[in-house]
Design a protein around this ligand. Structure first.
Ligand SMILES: Nc1ncnc2c1ncn2[C@@H]1O[C@H](COP(=O)(O)OP(=O)(O)OP(=O)(O)O)[C@@H](O)[C@H]1O
Length: 326
């Protein structure tokens, strides 16, 4: 990702519905070729922001620039949307009685037939749709519909692709196939992508940068490692992963330790927390162990089978694992 070139810029956006403000003080530069994840809890304004970027609705105030050009309000356009920007809705908006090939080909209907055939084939392979190419889209699984919608959007070679909850409602298999399609897309094209999610693992895995929306404000925008390891506040910390709140004794601020940073103290380690194991939940690669003492509870991950509910436990962590937040 080259960070220097801005493809879209949102300046000082404010948006409200009857129920009150939804977005306030939004400043966002979108870099050419980057994948920007917008992460926030339900109702934080993610979809509204995406619809403004898609040029489907206007904010009440603020400016939207595309390649340095100040865009006119959507309300003054004959057709909403922007030719270079494609939003894939959660309902995919496919033609149900047409096949996957026909749906993708529709986007290229004004092109030369040979080019269209070749391009549709490329997109079918890119999106992993070879086995369902002749199926009507009404018979597809949610994941297959999602990938058909992405392939159709890509047929028009948008500069900016917008995805609303691309991984929602997908089982593990479909998520893996979509992941491969996204990897191929990132490797083979320069498409800039903004995607909305409420799943921290998806945002962390797929974003070059993550913008965290808290009650309509972008409270932090940075690389996934930064928002995870140095979250701006407790909301960002909790949204990007599991947290343990420690400290808070007399004159001491509260701070956060991620569960994977806590471990059973071995001889010679400083014991920094002690208590009793209250529950063990098997997660596959590790156990999630919840422990309690008079001050509260903590959770940590443990990969062996040696622990039992009711055991006394002593935990340790390093100073560099401490996360201080606002
Ligand atoms: N057209 C509308 N009219 C009135 N209120 C709306 C409208 N669209 C959204 N809202 C409200 O604005 C707030 C933000 O909605 P938005 O859909 O942008 O949030 P979100 O973060 O995408 O939520 P979710 O993750 O649940 O989809 C919500 O309280 C929602 O009820």
């Amino acid at each position: 990702m080259v960070e220097s070139k801005t493809i879209m810029s949102l300046q000082d956006l404010y948006m409200s519905y009857d129920s009150g403000p939804v977005l306030t003080d939004i400043h966002l530069d979108l870099y050419e070729g980057e994948w920007l994840g917008i992460l926030g809890e339900s109702g934080s304004g993610k979809s509204t922001l995406l619809r403004i970027i898609a040029r489907l609705i206007d904010a009440d105030r603020g400016e939207v620039r595309y390649r340095d050009e100040l865009l006119t309000p959507v309300a003054r356009e004959l057709i909403p949307g922007h030719p270079d920007i494609k939003l894939i809705h959660q309902d995919y908006a496919l033609f149900p009685n047409q096949t996957v090939t026909e749906n993708i080909g529709y986007a290229l209907r004004f092109y030369d037939p040979d080019y269209r055939k070749q391009r549709v084939e490329e997109l079918i392979v890119l999106a992993g749709l070879e086995s369902v190419r002749d199926k009507k889209t009404k018979w597809l699984s949610g994941g297959e519909k999602q990938r058909t919608a992405i392939a159709r959007a890509l047929a028009e070679e948008p500069e900016v692709l917008l995805l609303d909850e691309p991984f929602a409602h997908l089982d593990n298999h479909n998520k893996q196939v979509l992941s491969s399609a996204i990897e191929a897309l990132r490797a083979n094209t320069q498409t800039t992508c903004v995607f909305v999610t409420h799943e921290s693992s998806d945002a962390l895995a797929w974003s070059d940068r993550i913008a965290i929306l808290q009650a309509g404000k972008i409270v932090q925008i940075d690389r996934p490692t930064v928002v995870y390891q140095s979250p701006y506040n407790g909301y960002v910390a909790g949204l990007t992963g599991a947290v343990n709140w420690l400290g808070g004794g007399a004159g001491e601020p509260k701070y956060i330790i991620r569960p994977e940073r806590l471990s059973v103290a071995q001889s010679g380690d400083a014991v920094r927390w002690q208590g009793k194991i209250m529950s063990l939940r098997f997660n596959g690669p590790f156990w999630m162990v919840r422990c309690q003492n008079d001050q509260g509870s903590v959770t940590f991950y443990h990969s062996g089978n040696s622990l039992s509910v009711g055991d006394a436990i002593q935990l340790t962590y390093q100073d560099e694992d401490i996360i201080h937040v606002h």
